[in-house]
Design a protein around this ligand. Structure first.
Ligand code: SF4
Ligand code: SF4
Ligand code: FES
Length: 344
């Protein structure tokens, strides 16, 4: 098949950037990585990109195709050709480009190392010398996080890193959850304390692009939600993000509404609220802010309270209470299936 590719070339020494177009002959089963190999072998040997395993294991071949991060060895080009597309290939985002499609992974590994990505055992050895066994259910909490291959596709798409390059980022946070949720680790609280600091978990804007682009189904945003839930369950709730989450739960339980008017004093403190009085008054004048007192209570508030009680009585705390993307989707599919059945 004939494959068209537009590749962003970049030379970090000269700063030159150029969109170069290639037309190649490739077998029908070719992946994007195979096509780049053909370009390099037969058309332009100076094209730079990374690869190793060619089977979605090593995480080396992360790059962007039409603006979205992919593993080049995962993308089959047949469908792209059938659609008549000539995709634009470029280097991953949020990392400095060294040459063409090769990025400097230094900042990525620095963040990875910052979360101490290794087990720090904190369990009692069984006295009889037998191995220390963990129930499968305990390990299921971190099953997805353990699948990460460090490819950087999530980091490439992270909105929070774009606005604050010092944000720890989705990959390092998913890795952190891998150890926070491991029942054998003895440093859970110290890890959570650190992750609740500046540039930590609460800086995530919940854009969910990391979940969308992760090729291994790690769902880093879910890992960050689990870290938040574990922090709150352990009483580490000093950050504005944690206060924000706590207030939303309290507000929904007591009135059935998200009382945003009180959100600023409850999460940022009274001083900050006073500083924003002028802005709040201008919103109130335009009817954008309901009066805070008496708090408006929803007609069916008992439903919100019942929901809260159901969650409480289930006794699900911390990470175990986070509904993960993949499970949520399968539940929705299941529900749809049930609906169809009931209509039969
Ligand atoms: S959900 Fe959070 S961590 Fe994931 S890409 Fe968006 S801002 Fe980054
Ligand atoms: S979380 Fe997913 S996208 Fe991010 S580095 Fe790991 S495997 Fe790649
Ligand atoms: S070459 Fe190893 S993941 Fe693509």
């Amino acid at each position: 098949m004939q494959v068209g590719l537009k590749v962003w070339r970049f030379n970090s020494r000269s700063g030159e950037r150029e969109l170069q177009e290639f037309e190649i002959d490739a077998p029908e089963e070719a992946t994007l990585l195979d096509c780049l190999d053909i370009v390099k072998d037969r058309h332009d040997g100076s094209l730079a990109y990374r690869k190793s395993c060619r089977m979605m294991i090593c995480g080396s071949c992360g790059m962007r195709m039409d603006g979205a991060a992919v593993l080049a060895c995962q993308v089959r080009m047949y469908d792209v050709v059938q659609e008549g597309r000539v995709p634009v290939i470029s280097a991953m985002g949020n990392l400095p480009i060294v040459k063409d499609l090769v990025v400097d992974m230094g900042p990525f590994w620095e963040k990875f190392r910052s979360v101490d990505p290794f087990l720090q055992p904190g369990y009692q050895e069984p006295p009889d010398g037998r191995e220390h066994l963990i129930r499968q259910e305990r390990m299921n909490v971190i099953h997805k996080e353990a699948l990460c291959i460090n490819c950087g596709c999530c980091v490439s798409e992270c909105n929070a890193m774009e606005s604050d390059p010092r944000f720890i980022g989705p990959q390092a946070l998913a890795k952190a959850m891998r150890f926070v949720g491991d029942p054998r680790d003895g440093e859970k609280l110290a890890r959570l304390e650190k992750l609740n600091g500046e540039h930590g978990i609460w800086e995530c804007t919940r854009c969910y692009f990391c979940n969308e682009r992760c090729p291994k189904g790690v769902d880093p945003r879910d890992a960050i939600a689990k870290l938040g839930a574990e922090s709150i369950a352990e009483g580490i709730d000093r950050d504005m993000g944690a206060k924000h989450a706590n207030w939303f739960v309290h507000s929904a339980r007591t009135t059935g509404w998200l009382r945003e008017t009180e959100l600023v004093p409850k999460t940022q403190g009274v001083v900050s609220a006073i500083q924003q009085t002028k802005f709040a008054l201008s919103l109130a004048k335009r009817g954008k802010v309901p009066p805070p007192f008496p708090p408006h209570v929803a007609e069916n508030v008992q439903e919100a309270r019942a929901l809260y009680d159901v969650v409480k009585t289930r006794g699900v705390k911390g990470a175990a209470g986070i509904v993960q993307g993949e499970r949520a989707l399968s539940r929705i599919e299941h529900m749809n299936h049930d609906d169809e059945k009931s209509e039969e």
